[in-house]
Design a protein around this ligand. Structure first.
Ligand code: OAD
Length: 275
């Protein structure tokens, strides 16, 4: 990584008054959650044309229900097991030094688990169940409940349980209702982004003087517009990603770079410092 970029990033963070941390799947990769578009990402095994929209999922449910169960298990299981990694923790600690708003495309709840307070989940949360079409949250799931759901899906996917038994087991964890009445609070292709998260995210981006983008390919709109929007409003953009990013690019992984950046921008008091 270029030393110039590092110095620019450290100074920018130290001088910033309002920071937006804009995250994607890469920030949770080191918590064991696969990304979407990297090698081994979700969309390699489960093509987005079939698995990234409600209509696609409905078709898979009717034609290949066990494959749908495999997909859901593979999405849910890593999130059920995940704990925040050093990047999530560094982002949470950043709020001790500067006004920080997290805008995330992730549905894993790990920023809140790490201690971040102001988090706008613009693609929703897998830990919430909503009623449709109102979008009212009717239940919050624990990671233990997600694990139970994943276990039931796994048994069905492996042919060790029937669809009826799967339905019965799932109904004990969250409301199934009639067709389409309840669903996880996640945004798929073609959906509007979650509100009020999206409106609040836009306001935070317009007001920030630094946008720190971590682990997103910016392949999905309208979320991908946020870094450009920040720049147009006069903010500086820093990117942490193994792949080239916009603005001041810090090449590397989130769990490696984010804590070091925080440390260099806001060095902890030396333990041998005299009063
Ligand atoms: P992607 O899978 O598109 O991009 C992941 C990004 O993380 C890439 O830029 C990787 O280089 C980077 N990355 C991988 N490992 C990393 C690590 N350890 N540390 C830092 N960066 C790392 O995921 P998103 O950009 O989040 O939306 O995808 C955006 C949206 O596309 C998702 O919210 C989801 C998906 O389809 C919907 O389903 C609506």
């Amino acid at each position: 990584m270029s030393i110039d970029h590092w110095i620019t990033a450290v100074i920018s963070l130290r001088q910033a008054r309002r920071v937006v941390v804009f995250t994607g799947a890469g920030v949770s990769a080191e918590s064991g959650i696969p990304t979407f578009r990297d090698d081994g990402g979700f969309w390699q095994t489960f093509p987005p044309e079939q698995f990234a929209s409600w209509s696609g999922l409905r078709e898979v449910a009717l034609s290949r229900p066990r494959q749908l169960a495999e997909f859901l298990r593979d999405v849910i299981e890593p999130i059920a097991r995940a704990v925040p990694n050093p990047a999530h923790l560094a982002i949470a600690q950043l709020a001790d030094h500067v006004d920080t708003t997290v805008v995330t495309q992730n549905v894993d709840g790990l920023h809140q688990a790490a201690g971040s307070i102001t988090v706008h989940e613009i693609h929703g949360s897998l830990l919430e169940v909503v009623q449709t079409p109102s979008g009212k949250i009717v239940q919050r799931l624990t990671r233990e409940e997600l694990q139970q759901i994943s276990d039931h899906l796994d048994r069905y996917a492996r042919g060790e349980a029937s669809l009826i038994s799967l339905g019965w087991q799932l109904s004990r964890v969250f409301p199934l209702g009639r067709y389409d009445q309840y669903r996880p609070n996640v945004v798929l292709f073609g959906d509007a982004l979650t509100e009020p998260a999206w409106t609040l995210a836009n306001a935070a981006v317009d007001a920030c003087d630094l946008l720190l983008m971590i682990g997103t390919s910016t392949a999905v709109y309208p979320a991908a517009l946020l870094p450009q929007q920040a720049m147009e409003a006069g903010a500086r953009v820093i990117t942490i990603d193994p792949q080239p990013g916009i603005g001041c690019w810090l090449e590397g992984t989130a769990a490696d770079i984010a804590p070091r950046l925080l440390h260099d921008a806001f060095p902890p008091p030396r333990s041998d410092a005299r009063p």
